[in-house]
Design a protein around this ligand. Structure first.
Ligand code: TNX
Length: 587
């Protein structure tokens, strides 16, 4: 969650020269305590202009131009509503730790300031944009100039400003993540950054079916994406173990199908108001929600609720294990297509973004023409909602439909069926199982996660090129990169964070930064400084041994300390995808 906005008038004001000192209030005492605690920390190295993750397109440092944020700084912004909102979010990010009032204004320029301007940023300079379906995404780009008198952020759009704010935030000392005032010199390193993304689609996926996650948890994941300039959150809303989105025309999907999850837990679901809240929260952070309704397989929860959808019309028992591929809706019954149209229609109506994901994976029992026929009909149903269809790459053999996108999750970059679909016009989102699957363990002793696609340490997450990963697929066909987190063995927000961090920033850099900048050693060093940011913000992460994290806190607190909790009771082992959950996060 972002820091709660505070009323600038109740903030401690810097003492004005010549005025009598007043008795310390609660805020002053909190500040003193923070100062004392601050002294226990090992002094961190100053942030450099080129420490940013994902690496910007171009960075020109000017060490003589460092700017120290003044207590009376203002945030000046152009009057567009979108820009104003980004400026307010910047103020909300900076006020808690600085204790400065940081008023947001569109009045004429004055003294020391942070200026946010939407209009004609000069984003044409810097390294060339090298690839991507729709390369050169100037509309998400920004220019940040830091001089002794202030920071000036310019962009063509509010989205560009928002990304620039994430950069600005990373350029301040890590203590900026504190939710209480910290005694710190808020220095911004001088120079100019010009930046824009390599790929337009940069995302992560959260499986809220295998284990249900509350709205607040999802909002927090949105925050993590936004920090690293990821702009899509794919929600895997339905699967065998639970149906998580309210559908008015088929109410038992949630009242019956939403009551289970992996293990013995109660499950849960999002009401339409809950889902709209997620969409709104994400939109404010320039993140698009991509809803997935997995069809025709992965549908046991729906079949429990509505046996009429099942082949043979017999309700299966609820499923709380972790195997895949056994369930499917009946592709030969017209009622199934009423169901698909009703569900996708309601989900589309709730979702302002352009995408609808129809799953399509592991429908092992719907073969050949029955499968492609089902997918083709479902693609057309999506088109009628005005949305663009995405499916897991298993839908490749189905006929092409304009604009369709395949999400590739293979582990071998030679996939002729997918290359053929691309030749027919499909675009690709890359989620290679052995690089981008954040449910894979980091190492053999990682307490949660799978290993069917191998172990994925930070280096493995980082060392591949989305522009040249699949044989016969040109970079121009690649829409972007997505990092899925399946949650068979992931049960709490802290566990979600432990699996996301520090790998999510590695994938974010692949999706954002030009290939020419790709450099493991440099990335590892830049990433190291983020551990302190996460721990200050109370975010869990895995202390990957490959990353040179700065020294631990003087009081011996581990940066990644996690609550230990008992194992969820899991049914017997499934096939190769069973999580081997032997110990929880107690490192
Ligand atoms: C494969 S990837 C699945 C999911 C599992 C995941 C576990 C994909 C489209 N399907 O059903 O949760 O493996 O890693």
């Amino acid at each position: 969650m972002p820091p709660t906005p505070t009323n600038p008038e109740t903030r401690p004001q810097p003492p004005a020269a010549g005025l009598p000192t007043r008795r310390p209030g609660a805020a002053d005492l909190a500040r003193d305590a923070a100062r004392t605690a601050g002294h226990l920390l090992t002094p961190p190295a100053p942030v450099r202009l080129d420490d940013v993750v994902p690496a910007p397109l171009s960075v020109v440092a000017d060490p003589g131009a460092d700017h120290t944020l003044a207590a009376d700084a203002v945030i000046r912004v152009t009057p567009e509503a979108g820009a104003r909102d980004v400026a307010e979010q910047l103020a909300d990010l900076l006020r808690p730790a600085t204790g400065y009032p940081l008023p947001v204004t569109d009045a004429a320029p004055g003294g020391a300031e942070l200026t946010l301007t939407v209009a004609g940023a000069d984003l044409g300079s810097g390294a060339p944009t090298d690839s991507g379906a729709g390369a050169g995404h100037g509309d998400e780009g920004y220019r940040l100039e830091i001089t002794t008198t202030g920071a000036r952020l310019t962009a063509d759009t509010a989205t560009g400003l928002f990304h620039g704010v994430q950069t600005l935030r990373q350029l301040l000392p890590a203590t900026i993540e504190s939710r209480t005032p910290v005694d710190e010199r808020w220095v911004l390193p001088g120079g100019v950054i010009v930046d824009r993304p390599r790929f337009p689609y940069r995302g992560a996926m959260l499986d809220v079916s295998r284990h249900f996650f509350a709205v607040e948890d999802v909002l927090r994941v949105v925050d993590h994406l936004a920090r690293y300039k990821l702009n899509h959150l794919h929600l895997h809303l339905t699967d065998d173990q639970g149906w998580r989105i309210a559908i008015d025309s088929w109410p038992r999907l949630t009242t019956v199908g939403g009551t289970t999850q992996v293990g013995a837990g109660p499950g849960g679901y999002y009401s339409k108001a809950d889902y709209r809240r997620i969409v709104r929260y994400a939109a404010r952070r320039h993140v698009t929600i991509v809803p997935e309704v997995d069809l025709p397989g992965h549908t046991n929860a729906a079949l429990v609720a509505y046996p009429e959808l099942a082949p043979g019309k017999v309700a299966p028992p609820p499923y709380t294990g972790t195997e895949v591929g056994f369930s499917h809706v009946d592709p030969d019954d017209e009622r199934t297509y009423d169901f698909v149209a009703d569900v996708l229609g309601e989900v589309a109506a709730l979702t302002p973004g352009p995408w609808l994901h129809i799953g399509g994976d592991e429908a092992f029992k719907v073969k050949g023409a029955a499968y492609t026929g089902f997918v083709e009909r479902t693609q057309r149903i999506v088109a009628r909602t005005g949305r663009t269809v995405i499916g897991w790459h298993q839908i490749a053999p189905a006929a092409h439909l304009d604009g369709r996108v395949l999400q590739w999750w293979g582990t071998n970059g030679d996939d002729p069926e997918v290359a053929k679909a691309v030749r027919r016009g499909a675009r690709l989102i890359l989620s290679p199982g052995n690089h981008a699957y954040l449910d894979m363990k980091y190492a053999p002793d990682t307490p949660i996660g799978h290993d069917w696609a191998g172990l994925i340490d930070v280096r493995r997450a980082y060392e591949w090129d989305p522009g040249a990963h699949l044989i016969g697929v040109p970079a121009e066909a690649v829409l972007g990169v997505e990092a899925p987190l399946w949650t068979e063995s992931v049960t709490t927000l802290a566990e979600v964070e432990f699996m996301l961090l520090p790998r999510l920033p590695a994938l974010a850099e692949l999706a954002w930064s030009p290939r020419a900048i790709h450099d493991w050693a440099g990335f590892r060093d830049r990433l190291a400084g983020h551990g302190r940011r996460w721990s200050t913000a109370g975010i869990a992460f895995h202390r990957s041994p490959e990353v040179p994290w700065p020294a631990e806190r003087a009081d011996g607190d581990r940066l990644d300390r996690e609550p230990t909790r008992p194992l969820p009771s899991q049914p017997g082992p499934g096939q190769s995808r069973q999580a081997s959950t032997t110990a929880r996060l107690s490192s």
